[in-house]
Design a protein. Structure first.
Length: 206
């Protein structure tokens, strides 16, 4: 993801959080999902209506780039706004150094209630950027996402970072006849196996 924003823009943007009406923010990170596996980017077969609705009513990025095709370095790059070689965590399973500023901590300082749920790969189960960090639960780490939204302090704006894990495993799990699919999730409507699309997309909440 391209993150080389000028520093003055970041200072301006976060400065506004102290003075303007503050929106709630949900930032999804989905493991092993490609752009061409989502309905709103024009796939002719895969349907993701809830995510399409989020795109239609939000901001869609058509010119964003992945900084590195590796889990931990990519997440650390996203949360700091730095390229992987500047985060101090350029390799897989390397924890983000304490001295690196995380953008959710700026939100928290501005009065936001901040939660990370699901696949982490950046630090442990406590970090100064988040009021709560949980493992999520379920095959995609998605089981407690709705609970976080419902149980948040209602007097504060919130920032939720739901991180889906192993999308292909989620799809296989929920295709079992004995499993009940959670409400409000998108499941790809795909007639048979699509050649060239080995990873299924599943479990992103509306």
């Amino acid at each position: 993801m391209k993150s080389n924003f000028p520093s003055f823009f970041l200072l301006f943007a976060f400065g506004q959080l102290f003075s303007l009406e503050r929106p709630n923010i949900v930032f999804f990170i989905a493991d092993d999902v490609s752009q061409d596996e989502l309905g709103w980017y024009g796939h002719p077969v895969i349907k993701t209506p809830h995510i399409d609705s989020l795109s239609a009513n939000g901001m869609r990025f058509d010119n964003a780039y992945l900084t590195t095709s590796s889990c931990s370095p990519s997440r650390c790059s996203i949360i700091t706004g730095r390229y992987p070689h500047n985060t101090g965590a350029p390799e897989l399973h390397v924890r983000l150094p304490q001295q690196q500023v995380r953008f959710p901590e700026l939100l928290r300082e501005a009065g936001y209630y901040t939660v990370l749920s699901g696949k982490n790969h950046m630090f442990g189960n406590k970090d100064r950027a988040f009021d709560r960090i949980t493992g999520g639960g379920g095959p995609g780490k998605e089981e407690d996402w709705v609970g976080h939204v419902k149980d948040r302090p209602k007097a504060k704006p919130f920032f939720l970072l739901p991180c889906l894990d192993r999308c292909s495993s989620c799809l296989e799990y929920y295709q079992r006849p004995t499993q009940v699919r959670p409400q409000g999730c998108d499941y790809p409507s795909v007639p048979g196996r699509l050649t060239g699309y080995p990873r299924g997309f599943d479990g992103i909440l509306s």
